[in-house]
Design a binder for this molecule. Structure first.
Ligand code: CLF
Ligand code: SF4
Length: 520
C-alpha cells in the first residue's frame, strides 16, 4: 500500500475506538509486519497483525519494532575487527559504517570480555533485550569470535535476543551456525543488486584466498548476499536489509534493491544516509562524494513504499553502543568499570522489570488510542504536511526546542499522523542562553515541515522559524504526539478554510513528486 493509499484507507476508518485503534496501529510504527502489501510503517503492529512466533521475535527488539525502541535497549559488543571486503565509505581505522557511525574507534573485546560485558549491562539495564554483533569489521569475517560469543550467551543469558550484522559475503556458509545458536535476527547490508552499481561502491573483496576486484568482486558479493538472504528466509530467520544511500551512485537503484529483497523474504529494509566526512579518510570522503540530505533520504524511502517494509528509526549506532537507540551509555561500561562491578545476572528480576515495561507500554498505547479518538474527524482536503516534534520520550510533546538534539518527523493528514523519521540537529540551548549561530542549521534540518511542536520555545527561535515559514507550536505541551499533531492539523485546516492562511506545499512534497518514481 502506498503512502497515499494508507491515508485514504485511514480516512475511511473515522468512527469509533476500534477504528481509531486501527489507525494508530497503522500510523505509528515502522515496518514489522513482513506481510505483502502492508503499509510501509508497520513496526508498531501488534500481536494481532502477525503470526505469534514473529510477534515474539519483534515485540521487544528496538530495531525491528519502532514502538519497542521507546522502551527496550540493545547493546553491541565489538568482537569482530576484521573485514573481508572494502567499501568506499569505510576506513578501517574506524567502526563499520554498516551499523555504526564512523569516527570513533571501539575497544575490541575478546569473547570472554564480551560475555562479561553483556551480563554486566543486563544486570544494570534490565530492559536491554538484544545483543548485536555489528563490527567494527564484519561479524562473519570473524566467525570464531562471533559464534563463541553467541554460543556462550545463548547458554548464560537465555532471555537476550541475539542479532548479527554482516555484509553477506560469508553468509551462506554460516547459516547453519546462525540457526544453531538461535540467532533470530540478521542484518545484511545490501547496497546494490546490479554489479555495475556495486563496482562503484566496492573496490575489492577477499574471496577464495585472493583479492578480487572490479565487476567480478561485485558479482560475487551480490550472488552471496542473495543466496544468504534466501537461505535465512527458508530457515525462518528474520532479516533486515541495510542499504547505504549514496547520491548519484545507488539512490534510484535502491527502489530495485527494495523490490528484490522483498521478493526474497526480507522482513525490513533500512535505508541509511551515507556519512562521508573528509576527516574520516574514506574514499568517498576524500573524493567529495556527498551524503544525502534528510529530505532526499525521505524521498527515497517514500518511493520504496509498497515494497519491503521500511525501518525509519535507525540511529546508525556504534559497534559498541549500549542503551536505547539514540542514547549512548557505553561510557558507563568501559572495561575498567566492568572489572570493578559485581555482576549478578538475575533472570527473574529482569522478567519482572520487563513485565512492568510492558504494562507501561500498554498504558501508553491505550492513552494514545483514547486521545486519538478525540481527534479523528472528517477532512477531505487531501492536504498532508510534515510536522517536527521535540520529545524526550513517553510518546509526548515534552521537550523544549532548545534542548532537542533531534526532532521526530510525522506526516499528518486526514485522521493519521505517521512517524516517518527523525532529524538530528545541533543543540540550541547552551545552558542559560541560546546559540543563535545554530539556528540556521536547525531550521534547515526541518525546512520541509509546516510546524514544530515543542513543550516550550524562546522568542528568538520562534521568530526565526516563523521567518522560514515553520510554525512554532507550544499549545500542545505534554500531550501525546499523534493527538497533538492531529489537533494542530485540524486548527491549520480550519485557518486555511477560513482564508486566514494559504496552504503552500513545502520542500518535501516537491522532492517526492520530482525526484523518484514509486516502486512497482
Ligand atoms: Fe544492533 Fe543492528 Fe541488531 Fe539493531 S542496530 S545489530 S539490528 S541490535 Fe538498529 Fe543501530 Fe540502526 Fe543497526 S539502530 S544501526 S538498525
Ligand atoms: Fe567497512 Fe563494514 Fe564495509 Fe567492511 S563491510 S569495509 S567494515 S563498512
Amino acid at each position: 500500500m502506498s503512502s497515499s493509499e494508507a491515508f485514504v484507507a485511514i480516512g475511511d476508518l473515522r468512527k469509533g475506538r476500534q477504528a481509531v485503534s486501527e489507525i494508530l496501529e497503522t500510523a505509528a510504527g515502522c515496518g514489522t509486519s513482513g506481510g505483502a502489501g502492508k503499509a510501509s510503517c508497520g513496526t508498531s503492529d501488534g500481536p494481532d497483525d502477525m503470526p505469534a512466533e514473529i510477534w515474539e521475535k519483534v515485540k521487544n527488539h528496538p530495531c525491528y519494532s519502532e514502538e519497542a525502541h521507546h522502551h527496550y535497549a540493545r547493546m553491541h559488543v565489538a568482537v569482530a575487527p576484521a573485514c573481508n571486503i572494502q567499501c568506499h565509505y569505510c576506513n578501517r581505522k574506524y567502526d563499520c559504517s554498516n551499523e555504526s557511525r564512523p569516527g570513533v574507534v571501539s575497544a575490541k573485546l575478546t569473547p570472554d570480555q564480551a560475555v562479561r560485558k553483556v551480563l554486566a549491562v543486563a544486570s544494570e539495564i534490565p530492559q536491554m533485550t538484544v545483543l548485536g554483533i555489528a563490527g567494527p569489521g564484519d561479524a562473519l569475517a570473524n566467525p570464531k569470535k562471533t559464534f563463541e560469543t553467541f554460543r556462550r550467551l545463548s547458554e548464560e543469558a537465555p532471555d537476550i535476543k541475539l542479532c548479527l550484522s554482516t555484509n553477506g559475503l560469508a553468509l551462506p556458509e554460516h547459516v547453519d551456525e546462525i540457526c544453531r545458536y538461535n540467532i533470530d535476527h540478521v542484518t545484511i547490508t545490501i547496497n546494490m543488486v546490479d554489479p555495475a552499481v556495486g563496482e562503484k561502491i566496492y573496490p575489492w573483496i577477499f574471496w577464495d584466498h585472493r583479492r578480487v576486484t572490479g565487476r567480478e568482486a561485485a558479482e560475487i558479493l551480490h550472488r552471496q548476499q542473495m543466496l544468504g538472504l534466501e537461505m535465512l528466509t527458508a530457515r525462518g530467520v528474520l532479516t533486515k536489509i541495510n542499504s547505504v544511500l549514496i547520491p548519484g551512485i545507488n539512490d534510484e537503484h535502491l527502489i530495485e534493491v527494495n523490490r528484490e529483497v522483498k521478493k526474497r523474504g526480507a522482513f525490513l529494509h533500512n535505508i541509511m544516509p551515507l556519512i562521508s566526512e573528509a576527516e574520516h579518510g574514506t574514499v568517498y570522503g576524500l573524493t567529495g562524494q556527498r551524503g544525502p540530505s534528510a529530505q532526499e533520504l525521505k524521498a527515497v524511502q517514500d518511493a520504496c513504499m509498497g515494497g519491503a517494509n521500511l525501518m525509519r528509526h535507525c540511529r546508525q549506532c556504534r559497534a559498541d553502543a549500549v542503551g536505547l537507540l539514540g542514547e549512548d551509555r557505553s561510557e558507563e561500561f568501559t572495561q575498567d568499570k566492568i572489572d570493578g562491578m559485581e555482576v549478578v545476572y538475575d533472570l527473574e528480576r529482569r522478567r519482572e522489570y520487563q513485565t512492568r515495561v510492558e504494562q507501561e507500554r500498554q498504558a501508553q498505547h491505550d492513552a494514545k488510542v483514547t486521545a486519538l479518538a478525540e481527534t479523528a474527524g472528517g477532512d477531505d482536503s487531501g492536504i498532508k504536511v510534515l510536522v517536527a516534534v521535540a520529545t524526550e520520550g513517553h510518546g509526548k510533546v515534552n521537550q523544549h526546542f532548545g534542548h532537542a538534539t533531534e526532532f521526530q518527523i510525522f506526516e499528518v493528514g486526514a485522521g493519521a499522523a505517521l512517524f516517518v523519521g527523525h532529524r538530528r540537529v545541533d543543540l540550541y540551548c547552551q545552558g542559560g542562553y541560546g546559540e543563535d549561530e545554530q539556528l540556521p542549521s536547525i531550521v534547515n534540518a526541518i525546512n520541509d515541515c509546516h510546524a514544530v511542536l515543542v513543550a516550550k520555545i524562546g522568542a528568538c527561535p520562534r521568530d526565526e522559524l516563523k521567518a522560514a515559514g515553520i510554525e512554532p507550536v507550544d499549545a500542545y505541551a505534554h500531550e501525546f504526539i499523534e493527538h497533538a499533531a492531529l489537533s494542530w492539523f485540524a486548527d491549520y485546516r480550519a485557518r486555511v478554510a477560513a482564508g486566514e492562511i494559504v496552504h503552500t506545499p513545502r520542500g518535501d512534497a516537491h522532492i517526492r513528486q520530482g525526484a523518484y518514481t514509486a516502486a512497482a
